[in-house]
Structure formats: C-alpha cells, structure tokens
Design a protein. Sequence first.
Lengths: 291, 293
Amino acid sequence: MATPVAAVEVNARTPPPLLPRRVVPGFGLTLGYTMVYLSLIVLIPLSAVFIRSLGLGWAHFWDVVTAPRVLASLRLSFGASLIAAAINVMFGLIVAWVLVRYTFPFKRLVDAMVDLPFALPTAVAGIALTALYAPNGWLGRSLTPLGIKVAFTPLGIVIALTFIGLPFVVRTLQPVLEDLDREVEQAAATLGASALQAFVLVILPALWPALLTGFGLAFARAVGEYGSVIFIAGNMPMKSEIAPLLIVTKLEQYDYSGATAIAVVMLVLSFALMLGINALQNWALSRHGVR
Amino acid sequence: MASAELPVRKVRGQPGRVLLIASALAFLGLFLLMPLLAVFTEALAKGIAAYLKAISDPMAWAAIKLTLLVAAIAVPFNLVFGVAAAWAIAKFEFRGKSTLITLIDLPFAVSPVIAGLIFILLFGSHGWFGGYLREHHIKVVFAVPGIVLATIFVTFPFIARELIPVMQAQGKDDEETALSLGATGWQTFWRVTLPNIKWGLLYGVLLCNARAMGEFGAVSVVSGHIRGLTNTMPLHVEILYNEYNYTAAFAVASLLALLALVTLAGKSFLEWRQPELRRAGSHARDRMVREKT
C-alpha cells in the first residue's frame, strides 16, 4: 500500500543508536499477564457459548432460531436499533456541530451532559423514560390525546435505544470536526457556494468515516441493550419483546439451549455488522486519504 | 483566526446557527435533561420523609453495600489488567498488536445479557464446571462471585482503552532515561510512569466504576435476585419498580443518578486538567490513527 510513508515511519521509530534495543523491561510479564487475563475473563467464557451451541445439533439450532417468536424478537432488536442509530446520526451531527462551532450559554455544561447515557445506569434510564412516556407521564399525557403511544410499544424501545446511543455519534464526530480545516469551507464560500452546498460538498465527505463509526457503535450498543428497554417496552411476545429479553426468558425457564442459540445468532450478526462497518470505514478512509 | 473570517459567511450563517443550536438543545433537553429531572421528581414525589425512609430501608442498604463491594473488587482487577495491557501495547512493538486491541474491546460488542449467560454456561448447575463446584460446595452463579465475574467482564476494556493512548502519547523516553540512570524496572514504573499516567488512570477508573456500579443486564442474569443477598442497587430498583413501589424505586435510582452526575463532574474535571483525555477515549480516533499508520 503506501510504502513510502511506511518507510519513513519505521525510520522515525528506530531507537537512538546509543541505547540497546529493548531497554524498557517488563514485556514478557505485561504481555503474558494481558493474554492470560484476556483469555480467562473474555475469550474462554465467550467461546463457551459457541461450543455449547455446537452441541445442539444443526437441526435443533435451526428450529430454535427460526421459531416465529425468536425471529420477531431479532427483527425488533435489529430494526429498532437501526432506527435509533439513524436518529442518533442525524441529531448527533447537529449536536457535535453546535458544540464545536458555536458558543452559547452553558455550553460546557451541555457538553458534559452528553455523556450522561454512559454514566447513568441503564435501569435508571429505563424507569425514568417510562415515567416520562407512560400515559400519565409528563410527555405521555400530551402525546396520548394525539393518538401517539410511546410507552409499552416498539416506539418506546426506539426512544430508549436513542438515549443509550446518543453519546457515540457526538463523541466520534467532535474531534473530527475540530480538526476540520475551516479555510476549505471559506474557500467554498468565496467561490460562491451556499452554506448548504459547502456543507454537503465539502464538509460531509470528510465526516463520513466518523459518522459510520458513530453509527456502528450506537447500533452495536443498542442491539444488545437490555436494562433501559425492558421497562418501557411492555415486553409482549411477537410485538415488543427484544432478543436479549427472550434470552433471559429462556434462561428463567431453564431452556439453556434455546438461550444459547439466540445468543449465538446475536453475536454472529453483531460481529459481522461491526466487521462490515469497519471495512466500509476503511474504504471511506482510504478514498479520503488518496484525494 | 476570527479576523480572517469572511463577513459574508457570518451574515448568512446567523439564522441557521440559531436554528441549529435550538434543535440541538431541544434534542438534548428531551433525551437527557427530562429523564434526569424525572428521576429526582418521582423520588421526592411523596416528600422528603418518604424519600429518606426509602433509602434507609435495610434491603436498600444491603443493595448499596453489595454494589460497593462488587465495584471494589471488579475495578482493581481491571485496573491491574489495564496497566499491564497498556504497558505491553504502548512500550513495545510486536506482531498481532492491533488484533489484541480489538480483542480487548470485544466485551463492548457483547450484549450484557450474553455476558451473564456465558457465566451460567460455565458455572451454572448444568455448566462445564457445575458438577465440580457442587461437589466442593462452591456457589458462583446466583451468588456474589458470579456478580463480580459478570461485572469484570462488562467493564473489562474501560481502563485499558483509556490508558493505551495515554501511554502511547507519552512514549518511552522518560522510562529509558530513568533506566539508564540506574533505576530498576519497578522503580521506573512507580516513580516515572505512574506519575505520568495518573490522570489517565483516574479517568479510566472513574468510567469503569460508573459502569461497574450501574451494570444491570449481566448482573441480572447471574444474580438470582435474592433480596438482601445478591441484589445490587440497579436490581433493587427493578424489584421495587415491579412491586409498584415507585417512590422507593426512584429514591434508590436517584442515588445512582447522583453517582452518574458525580462521575460526569469528575470526568469534566480530569478533562480540564488534561485536555488530551477527551480525545484519548475516542474509539474512532484511535482506530483511525491505528489504521492510517
């Protein structure tokens, strides 16, 4: 690929000649500890799910994951997460833009608050959102007469997942926007581009990789989310039951093979999706880099 | 520079600017501020006496103690790991480094519920080690060790991923100087590296702790919900809520919301002390840097 760049990199990293090559100690100890701990806590336990699912046999596995209730829950989990991540991309872009480009009162406070969904336990978010959107809640009270039901419907799930994913897009976009060269926009403006044209033609192309990453992170988080959703969802099978909840339900019925099968499908789908977004992002980066 | 800005742009941007700020604030107000206000309003809905009664309930206290205990075990474990991983990754070049970084991030891509499930598959009565544990009368699942394990799993990447970029930015010149002056490896770590990374370390601990105390899904699966014994604060909130005891549920929830606010304040303080931290945590950014080089 970019061979000349790589060559320069290697030169810059060569240690000064006076010092021996690996003067800093602890490589074996720290890497060894890292690998052992990683294997014990993450890799071996996670592989248990896949190995257990192999024991189910293909026919049984297929029966479990194609049951209408399971398919409905997967469709709901992935569908609602997709919508929530899309909402987050749109408003996340606006929020990041406003925080980077403009000054307004309490801006620092607003900026700090963006991380609230990271810091607030999901169960607390869940009951708070339910209290807001329930038919007698602050927001539900005015929405219900309009015929909009949020709590205990899939719409409520989208609201909870939007809350959970909110910081991802903002926080991935902010540093990219800060680094963006404003002179390019000003050049576009002097050349007669409208603000909108400058945004669509000049700024947006530079933001694509970060937007995709933010989308991917928000989506991945939303697909697995449990705590904030179960309170607001109503949890009706086939209608408002998310896949993680179905795993919990199967576990409570001691149906370990059922729970494992759904878990494997979810893991495979989310890993595939992350890899896909990663590839897309690399492609966008390389295209942007070439230009 | 402000003086270099073109006047045309400013005049044209004005109405758009107000509109954008208004819609950003409306979105954040709706999704962040209102839920937060709802927690405290509901908690105090029946007056301060009911609130104090709810949070001084013995079961609530048991939940608070368990939450503190779990965080006090899980965070140090991930702290030691985070420092070791960051040391290996930031100070040395080796093959498979970017794969290792991806693997460290893996728990973020796993649903909390699945994080709980894997420990049931390992240590539950029908799990791989279920028979052995029963013979030796050791309880992992539906007991405190399972809760700790599940919490360690979901908070696994937090400290490592904050420390790696911080240590990478620091390089290893300071350490090499100390070593060439005759310091031992441990002396170098305690006296040179640790003071250099202390803010990043605190930052990671803060975020890791917030998640450890607030984790719901993973803990819910392995806890067994035994009141007073295996109930953490978030699980206690759920039980109270499902019993329609809303005031008590929101009262305990308000303590967790306060924890979140303290975490955010601490985070802002650390970012003010060391502005690089804001960027260090940005996942997208370190991935992009990794792939560009």
